[in-house]
Design a protein around this ligand. Structure first.
Ligand code: HEC
Length: 170
């Protein structure tokens, strides 16, 4: 049987509506997946990386070494070497923020930010042309003071083994 013209128009409209509905359903489904993916990534992003006391010790030893080398390079007037040592110290120090955040030690986070800022100041003073050795030396002393502020609160030394350990306040 041939469909009447009006039945045909109706059929085509129906087909069109169904296709549109299926498209809308697919789009809603895609949106749902996107939202789930974003929520999942946000949850991962919020979680701090694992940063154990051993990681902290390893990082601190490296920071201590690079800061010592910075002092000797400044003393020798080798500012280029000093600048690379400062960058290494900063690279080792910055990730330790995970340790303090995981342990909810807000003051330590503040001390850490100050120490990083002091390293950045030192880096700046080593970037000036010509470099002022006295100013670089003074900036290096400020780095030591910033390290010391955190150590005074959060670091302990075992009297017999002389080993340094972290002292949490919570
Ligand atoms: C936010 C706190 C904090 C800041 C800032 C900080 N430290 Fe430390 N540091 C610690 C703690 C806690 C320890 C003890 C942990 C350990 O050594 O196991 C430590 C240990 C050390 C040690 C001894 C490592 C060992 O175990 O033998 C050195 C060296 C050191 N830090 C150097 C530095 C230097 C240099 C800076 C500055 C550029 C600095 N630290 C900044 C908290 C900090």
């Amino acid at each position: 049987m041939q469909p009447t013209p009006s039945a045909r128009v109706h059929y085509e409209q129906e087909l069109h509506t169904r296709t549109a509905e299926a498209g809308a359903r697919r789009r809603r489904h895609m949106w749902g997946l996107c939202i789930m993916a974003v929520a999942f990534l946000a949850a991962i992003g919020r979680a701090q990386p694992v940063f154990s006391p051993e990681d902290l010790e390893r990082a601190m030893k490296a920071v201590g070494r690079y800061v010592e080398l910075t002092h000797s390079a400044i003393g020798a007037g080798d500012f280029e070497t000093a600048k690379t040592r400062v960058a290494r110290a900063r690279n080792q120090l910055a990730p330790t923020i995970a340790f303090w955040r995981n342990n909810k030690e807000a003051d330590a986070v503040k001390f850490l930010r100050e120490a990083i800022a002091a390293l950045d100041e030192l880096d700046l003073s080593l970037s000036n042309e010509p470099i002022d050795r006295a100013a670089a030396g003074a900036a290096a002393k400020k780095v030591d003071a910033a390290c010391q502020r955190c150590h005074a609160v959060y670091r302990e030394q075992d009297p017999t083994s002389k080993k340094f350990v972290v002292k949490l306040r919570r």
